[in-house]
Each structure stands twice: as C-alpha cells, then as structure tokens.
Design a binder for this molecule. Structure first.
Ligand code: FDA
Length: 398
C-alpha cells in the first residue's frame, strides 16, 4: 500500500549535516523519508562553516580526535564511513577541494556545494525535505512515532533525532534533542560549550590589552585521560584568548582549572642560558621581540621582570624565565558560552545508544545522530565527519 502523504518509513528531525546524510542513504535504500527542518532552508550550519567554504572532513579523522564519556563509542561508525568515503562522494559530484592545513579539507568554491550535494543525493521520489516545519511534540504508540510540526502530523515506525546541539542559539540552535531524549527516558551528559574562546580575569586581565595579537604556541588543558595539547596559533582578544590552539583546548578545560601555554615551542629550558653565552649584551625583551610579536614580547618581558643584559643575570633566573615561557599559566574565568561555541560537548549519552546503529537501546526505532549525541570532535572537519558517519550508520540500520 502506498504511504499517505504524512505517513513515512522514517522521520528525521533536523536537516543539518547528520540528518541530510541519513536521509540520503535511507532514501537510496528505498525508504520513504520525511526530513523536518524548522529553518527556512536546510544545512544552515554547513553554509556558515569553514568561513563559507566548509571544512567538510579531516583526512586524519579517527576515534582519538573525539571527546565523549565513552571514547570507544565513535569507533564503529567512523570505521564504516571514513573521510575517504566522503571525499569520494565530493569527487563524484565534481566539487573541487583543497587541504588547508593539518588534514583539513575545504571546498575550493562554497559550502553551498556541500548542501546541494546532500540534497542531490536524496532521491526525489523517496525523500521529502520539509522546511519551516518546527517539531514541537513527539508521541510514541503502537510502535509508531507521531511528530507534530507546524500544525501537521507525520507518522513513521522510525524516528531519528538529528537536531544538533545548542551552540549558536541566534541561528535557532536549541536543546530540543535533549528534551526529546529525556522524554524517552534517555540520559543526557551535561552539555557545555566547546571549541569556544576562553575569557580571562584577575591578574590575567592585563593580557586583554594584547587584543588582536596572535602567535604560534603550544597550549595544554585538562587532566587525567581528558587532557590534550595542541600546537597551533593563539589569539589574544578583548575578552581573553581565542585562535585554533585555544578553541581546541577549550573542549578539555573545566571551570577553575589552569591552562598552560608554551610561547616558544622550539625553545628548551636552557635556551636563555645558551643565549647568555653567545650574546651576553642582549636582553630578554629584545630576544623575545625577535621571536614574538612586539606587544606580546613586551608583555611577557614586563611580567618576567628581567630588564638588564644577560651577562648580569644569574643562570638560575634565566632558567626560571625559560620555564615560565615554556609553561605560562592562565586561569580562565569562563568561556564566551554557547553564543560563540562552534560545537557542544556532551549530549545524548552514548550509554543509551548502540554504537553500531545509533538506535536507542530501550526505545526500538528511535535513533540519535550528529552533534545531539555525546561525541564531539576537534576543530578541523572532525565534527562533520562524525555527522556523516553517524548519519550513515543509522541509515544503514533502519
Ligand atoms: P546541525 O546543527 O547541523 O543541524 C541540526 C538541524 O536541526 C538544524 O538545521 C536545526 O535548524 C534543526 N532543528 C533544531 N531543532 C529543530 C526542531 N525542533 N524542529 C525541526 N528542526 C530543528 N564542523 C566541521 O567539521 N567543520 C567546519 O568547518 C565547521 N565549522 C563550523 C562553523 C560554525 C560557525 C559553527 C557554529 C559550527 C561549525 N562546525 C564545523 C560544527 C558543525 O557545524 C556541526 O558539528 C554540525 O553542523 C552538526 O551537524 P548536525 O546535523 O548534528 O546538527
């Protein structure tokens, strides 16, 4: 019997990266799929991603690039739908791309091409992408889900939560996925902003004077198994710290903890003592100015407080200065919050889901994919790779 207009084999909530991938692949297997999207067009976060060029994957993507309460959860999906699978898809659509840095792949043209590709992958006669359809309620009875969206009711035996996380609320992002998961008795790991600038207060507030200054650093945060170090650029802002190195460590940072920054990643603890031998008339400020932007060099020299030429400074003081430069401690007083966070850490607990299928263990037919789930990638195309992989895993299983 042909399905009536509101009756489908699967309903996908959210036409973002994960939802569109799941819809395309479920449609290709012959399923009748409705994708309900509250915005006026699909894939809005894809469109603004990567500065409009979409960093659509990372060639190095593997489970080690993701944070989750269960670090093993992402393994299966990532192994079954790899960065190469997505690259093959992009190539098949004639979209040209380039590697920018650290395995990050971007469109040569525009992120619009990725959204169009995903829509083109959805067979017209199988998949309906319905925009301006905000889902407000979901019921589950007799193994069917009934979804209320903008005054209409849609029903299906399968329901996929792909409504993302609450980062960038001004784009309409919300905690809808978590509310729905809780309605079905699924636990949610406390959501926090991630890939987000950190704010400085207290003594560190003086560094805010350096707003606009950027330098290559090595930055560290976290403790125990949840710690990480990234060698990339840091940027001082009028509120604190940003730039790729800081965004990366923000995912590992917890309120009250310190972060460590190595300002001269190439230098070792004896570096200044070596300079004292070779250039006894030099001083710390001029040496730092040689390697770092002047304003940053001056700020660091002021705080270290060694003004005289090296020949007058004891080795011990130089060694201490070297150690300080190698592990400068800041205690951020917060983050710039969901308003500025590229992703959300936490989300629907992976303990509730099958890592093979993304199906809820206690609610057969209910799936959760993408950012809604407690799997968060590093900066650099990893979050889209999780969206593609988890979307593909759910579609395969439905
Ligand atoms: P996503 O947020 O994409 O989609 C969820 C959809 O659900 C949205 O379209 C939303 O409107 C819809 N929705 C929500 N509630 C609803 C409701 N009640 N009813 C109906 N629809 C509803 N990652 C990366 O790998 N490379 C990159 O270059 C970038 N760049 C980037 C830039 C910026 C500024 C941001 C904010 C984020 C990134 N990201 C990124 C992260 C990436 O965008 C993010 O991880 C994915 O979009 C997540 O895909 P999802 O499909 O899970 O959610």
């Amino acid at each position: 019997m042909a399905a009536s207009p509101t009756s489908y084999d699967a309903i996908i909530l959210g036409a973002g990266a994960a939802g569109l991938m799941a819809a395309a692949r479920a449609g290709q297997k012959g399923m009748r799929v409705a994708v309900l999207e509250k915005a006026d067009k699909p894939g809005k976060k894809i469109l603004i991603s990567g500065g409009g060029r979409c960093n659509f994957t990372n060639v190095n993507a593997g489970p080690g690039n993701f944070l989750s309460d269960n670090p093993h959860f992402a393994k299966s999906a990532l192994a079954r739908y790899t960065a190469q699978n997505f690259i093959d898809l992009v190539n098949a659509h004639g979209i040209t791309w380039h590697e920018k840095t650290l395995g990050q792949l971007f469109c040569d043209g525009s992120a619009k091409q990725i959204v169009q590709m995903l829509l083109d992958e959805c067979p017209d006669d199988r998949v309906d992408v319905i925009c301006e359809a905000e889902v407000t309620a979901v019921e589950h009875e007799d193994n069917r889900f009934a979804v209320m969206a903008s005054g209409q009711i849609f029903t299906a035996p399968k329901l996929v939560i792909a409504t993302g996380g609450p980062s960038i609320p001004k784009m309409g992002a919300s905690s809808f996925a978590y509310d729905l998961a809780r309605q079905f008795g699924l636990k949610v790991v406390e959501p926090r902003p991630a890939l987000v600038p950190l704010t400085l207060g207290g003594d560190d507030v003086l560094f805010r004077e350096l707003s606009g200054v950027s330098a290559p650093v090595s930055a560290r945060a976290g403790s125990g198994k949840k710690k990480a170090e990234f060698a990339e650029a840091a940027l001082f802002t009028h509120k604190g710290l940003s730039g790729p190195a800081i965004l990366q460590i923000s995912s590992y940072w917890r309120h009250g903890e310190e972060i460590g920054i190595t300002f001269l990643p190439e230098a070792d603890a004896e570096w200044l003592i070596g300079l004292k031998k070779d250039y006894p008339r030099a001083n710390l400020r001029t040496v730092l100015r040689h390697h770092l932007p002047d304003r940053l060099a001056d700020a660091l020299a002021d705080r270290i407080g060694i003004e005289t030429e090296f020949s007058n400074v004891p080795d011990k003081a130089l060694r201490l200065a070297g150690q300080q430069l190698a592990d400068w401690r800041f205690t951020p007083n917060g983050t710039e919050g969901f308003a500025k966070a590229e992703v959300t850490i936490g989300g629907i607990s992976t303990a509730e889901l099958s890592s093979q299928t993304m199906e809820a263990k206690k609610v057969p037919g209910l799936y959760a994919i993408g950012e809604a789930v407690d799997v968060t990638g590093w900066l650099g195309g990893y979050n889209f790779q999780w969206a593609w992989a988890s979307g593909a895993a759910a579609a395969e299983a439905m």
